[in-house]
Structures are given as C-alpha cells and as structure tokens.
Design a protein around this ligand. Structure first.
Ligand code: PLP
Length: 347
C-alpha cells in the first residue's frame, strides 16, 4: 500500500454554516411546502459527503440525484426512502437497483412506467413535462393506463425559465395543476431555486432547490438572503520578482510595466479555474485583492503580490468566486462555475 498522500495544496472551503442557512432560508420562503435538496453532480461540485449531512441535520428529508451511480454515496448518509433518481429506470437493471436500495425512481415516460410495473412496481415519483421539452411524461400520456396504475409519491414538473418573468411560468404552473387533478399522488412539486422566489402559487407540497443551496442567486428576490458556500483556495508555491518588460505565463499575455512581485498558486483550469480568468480573475488574502496575471495554466495560476509583501510561499489565497459576480465577469452560468470545480480540491 502506498502511504497516504500529504494534504493537497488546493482545497474547496465549504461554509457549512452558510449552506445550512441557505437551506433554512429557502425552506422559510417555501412557506408551508417542505423543501428538498438537489444534490446531483456531487452536490453541484460542493461534495455530497460534505453537503448532505449538513442539509439532513438542518431538517431536509428529500434528496434528488440524476444518475443511478449517484445513489451509492448518498444511501450511506440518508434514508433511501428520501432519495429520488431523476433519470428514472432505462432498463431492468436500473429498476432492480432501485428496489434493492429502496430509492424512488422518477418515472418520465409510459415506457418507464411499464418497465417499473413489470419489474415489480412500488412507490415512485413522476415527472410531467409541462413545457421544458427535455425529460418527462408528455401531457398527452397522462391518461395512459400504465401511468394511472403507478403509486405516486411526488408528482413533479420542472420550470424552464423560473429565473425570468415570462408567461411560460404561469402556463407551466397551470398545466402542472391540471396534471395534479388527473393523477392520484401524495405530494406535488414544481419549484427549483428560482421557482421558490416566484411565490406561494408555485410551491405545492415540496420545493426542490439546488443552485441556491450552494450560493447561487438566480433571481433578485434571493439577493441578501443567499450566502456564498464554496470557496476555492490554493497555496502559493513560488514567489518571484520580475522586471519591467518580463512576460508572465503562456504567450506572455501579461507584461510587467515595472518591477513587481508575483506568486504562483497550485490551481489551474484542470481544477475548473478556467482560462477565462486569465488576466481578469483575482485571489484574496488578508483582505487584499490579488489580480491574476497572464494566462491560467492547467495546474497553476500566477497572481500579483506587489501589494501583499507579507504573503510568502506556503501561504493560502482564496479565489473571488461569489457566483453572481463570477457569472457576470466570466459569461459562464452560476451552475457551470460550481459543477466544474475539479476532483483535485480537497473538500
Ligand atoms: C437540478 C434540478 C433541480 C434544482 O434546480 P436549481 O435550479 O438548481 O435550483 C430541481 N428539479 C429538477 C428536476 C432538477 O433537475
């Protein structure tokens, strides 16, 4: 056995207090509806092992993942009956896995409904497509007998544009309400993070935030309520002083106009700190802003330490990574900025 590796020179700081506060705030905004947590994609990159115990202890009883492969780490932490798998069963292997683990499949089509029933049936959830045209039961199939035969816990639908004020929101709500009248179910669910901010009429019995749990702010109403959770941090590996005319990094996109002190940190685009931050991102340490200079490399980024003479090799810095600001600066979505953070971060 090789020895345990030493601690990584980059870590994703998880503000568990902010995560807890975000879930509680979304739960409060959800009114009388219960509040689930979307924890797919390793809790949006934050880390299931770190995030889910916090959400569970805050009072969350419903967890959503996309893939069957995401169930294993989750059943170690929460009751299988609290887990829904959004992609649903594609074959008997999936259905058998659902039964063996006790998690609920989300049924997205008549074919999935038949498969689930033929493999033994049992309580499931149903996703009705009310206008996103992505994954879910078409409205025209609501009356199918295979759907009518299902034992449905959560009858859900998903909003396409909850982060915008468009007519589609009310139309989808109306169609979802119709579907709720048509199919027997225990709980109705429509709202994602942004949908929660659309108000009571969108809440049903269960809301399903993801992004905002982890610090994303998809609508103005959530500003000042939702706090940053994920904080990419890296150690300074090397410090040097460069002279006027010296270039930094690949293709010398930054050229020093005078003598300056720069530091190289152990974080690059392979970690999800993308090339879009070249010459425009910044790190923070001791209350100071340390601009990125030159191109972000695969495993390294160089920052300006001119105004932070106290920082030396081995010290840590933190990326400016408030999701709304980072999205505005980079052109990436808040979702991408989170889920792209790589596996080399210790979490
Ligand atoms: C990802 C997902 C959510 C969470 O959406 P956010 O916009 O991240 O809040 C809710 N419901 C379904 C079906 C999802 O796929």
């Amino acid at each position: 056995m090789p020895p345990e590796p030493p601690p990584a020179a980059l870590r994703l700081g998880i503000d568990t207090e902010a995560l807890r506060a975000n879930w509680l705030a979304l739960d409060r905004l959800s009114g009388s509806a219960a509040t689930a947590a979307a924890v797919k994609a390793d809790a949006y990159g934050v880390g299931v092992l770190q995030a889910v115990p916090v959400l569970r202890d805050a009072g969350c009883h419903d967890f959503l993942v996309a893939h069957w492969s995401e169930v294993a780490s989750l059943v170690e932490i929460v009751d299988p009956e609290s887990i829904s798998v959004l992609h649903g069963p594609m074959n008997f292997g999936d259905a058998a896995f659902a039964r063996a683990t006790g998690v609920r499949p989300v049924i997205n089509s008549v074919a999935q409904a038949r498969l689930w029933q033929e493999s033994g049936g049992g309580v499931c959830d149903v996703m009705v497509d009310t206008g996103i045209n992505r994954l879910g039961l078409p409205l025209a199939d609501l009356a199918d007998e295979a759907i009518g035969a299902l034992e449905i816990n959560v009858l859900m639908s998903h909003l396409a544009s909850a982060d915008e004020d468009v007519a589609l929101n009310a139309l989808q709500r109306e169609r979802w309400t119709q579907a709720r009248r048509q199919l027997k179910h225990r709980r109705g669910s429509l709202a994602n993070s942004a949908g929660i901010a659309l108000g009571d009429a969108y809440h049903g019995d269960l809301t399903r935030p993801g992004l905002s749990l982890y610090g994303g702010i998809p609508r103005r109403e959530l500003e000042g309520i939702i706090r940053q959770v994920a904080r990419p941090q890296a150690a300074i590996m090397q410090v040097r002083t460069i002279a006027a005319g010296d270039g930094v990094g690949y293709n010398s996109t930054f050229v020093a106009s005078g003598e300056m002190r720069v530091g190289t940190i152990a974080m690059g685009y392979a970690d999800g700190y993308l090339r879009c931050w070249s010459d425009r991102g910044a790190m923070m340490a001791a209350g100071k802003c340390l601009p990125v200079v030159g191109r972000v490399s695969m495993d390294m980024t160089v920052i300006d330490l001119s105004h932070a003479p106290e920082l030396v090799e081995g010290d840590w810095v933190e990326a400016e990574y408030s999701l709304p600001d980072a999205a505005a600066a980079s052109g990436l979505s808040q979702y991408e900025l989170l889920t792209i953070l790589g596996t080399r971060f210790s979490r």
